[in-house]
Design a protein around this ligand. Sequence first.
Ligand SMILES: Nc1ncnc2c1ncn2[C@@H]1O[C@H](COP(=O)(O)OP(=O)(O)OP(=O)(O)O)[C@@H](O)[C@H]1O
Ligand SMILES: CC(C)(CO)[C@@H](O)C(=O)NCCC(=O)O
Ligand SMILES: [K+]
Length: 232
Amino acid sequence: MKLLVDVGNTALKTATLAGDVITLVNEADIPWSEIEEVLIAQVGKGELVAPLIARAQQLAIPYYQAKTSATLGGLTCAYPQFENLGIDRWLTVVACYHLYPQQSCVILDCGTASKIDVLNKAGQHLGGWILPGLDMMISSLVSNTQKVFSDDTSLFLPELGTNTPNAVKNGALVATLGALEYYLSQSDDTPVIVCAGGYGELMQQHLARPSTYNDILVLQGLMYWRKYQQFA
Ligand SMILES: Nc1ncnc2c1ncn2[C@@H]1O[C@H](COP(=O)(O)OP(=O)(O)OP(=O)(O)O)[C@@H](O)[C@H]1O
Ligand SMILES: CC(C)(CO)[C@@H](O)C(=O)NCCC(=O)O
Ligand SMILES: [K+]
């Protein structure tokens, strides 16, 4: 059994991998005695994952930090400076390449930041966009103005706001949905749309198009990434 670790800028997600079955597990409930290796996708601070690495070292369990590469099997990275592409983004692309073979995909991964990444039928990552996440859009508005405020109770809705929290929260939602719609409007393609991340389910609910929500996309990418390392 392997341990999969997704270290985002806010959240740490851990899961076990047995065969091809990924099961989310709380950090406190990791079955360390059964773990043979640890696979890590880290974009956030090292301090979140340091205790896990320390534990692995103490138990002499090998661990691997996934890195973005120019190619992975038949997949190619859009960035000439491939090492600058966040590993979380690369792994969502790796996952979609395997989950939707020979199909074009648009990935909308909304967490601390919102990311849009595009993969074509031929396995070429075409690039993407990084936007502030919903919370970050709101907090930057609130902290840089006098009269803009938000609340924790208003919903994110794709409609015009008639009070300040609704105006701010709905604005953050439609800015994000709008970026995806913009891409789709100027593309001839009808790609598979895959939503992921903490706000992925919310996005999927408000997309007026068929799409799927995958809450373990980065972890699945990590699983596929590892298969290439065995033959490298
Ligand atoms: N039901 C939910 N569960 C977890 N997070 C949620 C949920 N709804 C909204 N969020 C928000 O999603 C964010 C966490 O999402 P995610 O786990 O994708 O973040 P992350 O991996 O830290 O982000 P990033 O990959 O952008 O660094 C938090 O900002 C949180 O407020
Ligand atoms: C954009 C984030 C912060 C999203 O987690 C991460 O993918 C990252 O740090 N990326 C590096 C910059 C880039 O992907 O171009
Ligand atoms: K930075």
